[in-house]
Design a protein around this ligand. Structure first.
Ligand SMILES: [Mn+2]
Length: 351
């Protein structure tokens, strides 16, 4: 694909696109789909602001990258944040909050609760269908795909489309590298089938499911989730405690990261919940948990993944949040830097 050259030293202003890159969707190799959605968020709010604060902070980044050099010249473009879905988010989040309030109050108005849950589930299904259709369009245009959430329920339709696009006789070749504090393998959460806490359960029950799910950073999970991931041959969870014990005994992160990558097939989709990082990097995220990875460890993991010859076939970054505020500069800054590396490695591994 022909990409237009531009001078990255020119003054960056918001008239330019994400990362200050002044290219159109057609001219860009990587197309990012923002999804301002956090309907089932149980604790904390603000993940629907993720695309906006990442977009705002992205203009600060120096485009030349130590590891991937001028990968950005391929062009990165983020689509408009949909006002329609932003409005739907507000509407259905209110309904979901009512469910949570009724449950907390131990209400026995099951008719009301069931009706609200059904409405929320239907809205989530519509969102997923939209993400699925948008992802297919982006892939059909021969672009590299990235999704910017939103809460962690948002990439379901994207993962579905990408697993299907890379499948042979109904079996997907894609492995998911899932970075998160949470296993996200609950059957449903508070009755919400497409909860952020159920994303990987839903992913592993898709008609064309990933070949493998490899989880890293996981440190908050129920006994049922523990049993579920342990029961599946196609899931390998690197529990944060297990990894930290290896590191504390003097093993290197290079050795751990090599073991993580070994579990993945050639084609890799990265699903990155920002709370997989130590909460110092994402203080406003909805469900922060002590422990977790550093940004350097994640960057190192990405570089090793690329060196191994694996291909990134898509990615998402989710749960970058403003919390109760409307802005969260630091969270946006870290989110933008994570997103930039994802874009860069996506380009490099698809050359
Ligand atoms: Mn998650």
């Amino acid at each position: 694909m022909e990409t237009k050259k531009f001078d990255p030293t020119t003054t960056i202003s918001s008239e330019f696109g994400i990362f200050g890159i002044p290219l159109s969707e057609e001219e860009s190799k990587v197309v990012l789909l923002p999804v301002p959605w956090e309907v089932t968020t149980s604790y904390g709010r603000g993940a629907s602001n993720g695309p906006r604060i990442i977009r705002e902070a992205s203009e600060q980044i120096d485009l030349f990258d130590y590891e991937t050099k001028n990968a950005f010249e391929a062009g990165y473009f983020m689509k408009e944040i949909s006002a329609e879905w932003a409005a739907e988010n507000v509407k259905y989040k209110a309904l979901a909050q009512e469910v949570i309030a009724l449950r907390t109050a131990q209400s026995n108005d099951t008719v009301r609760i069931d009706a609200l849950v059904a409405e929320v589930n239907a809205a989530s299904a519509r969102l997923t269908a939209w993400v699925y259709a948008e992802t297919k369009k982006i892939l059909a245009n021969k672009k590299l795909f990235g999704l910017v959430g939103g809460d962690h329920s948002t990439p379901l339709g994207a993962i579905q489309a990408i697993c299907e696009a890379h499948s042979i006789n109904g079996a997907s070749e894609v492995g998911i590298l899932h970075l998160d504090a949470h296993s996200d393998t609950r059957v449903a959460y508070q009755g919400f089938k497409q909860s952020h806490a159920s994303i990987m359960y839903n992913v592993m029950h898709l008609p064309i499911k990933p070949k493998k799910l490899v989880q890293v950073g996981i440190r908050d999970f129920s006994e049922d989730e523990y049993k579920f991931v342990k029961s599946r041959e196609d899931i390998r969870t690197f529990f944060d405690m297990e990894v930290k014990q290896r590191l504390l005994k003097g093993e290197s992160w290079a050795s751990v990261a090599t073991d993580i990558i070994k579990e993945l097939p050639q084609k890799v989709y990265i699903s990155f919940d920002i709370d997989g990082l130590d909460p110092r990097y994402c203080p406003s995220t909805g469900t922060p948990v002590i422990g977790g990875m550093s940004t350097d460890e994640v960057f190192f993991l990405f570089s090793l993944l690329a060196q191994s010859g694996r291909q990134i076939v898509g990615f998402d970054l989710n749960e970058v949040s403003t919390g109760e505020a409307d802005e969260a500069e630091w969270d946006g800054n870290v989110g933008a830097r994570m997103l930039y590396k994802l874009c860069n490695w996506s380009v490099v591994t698809n050359k």
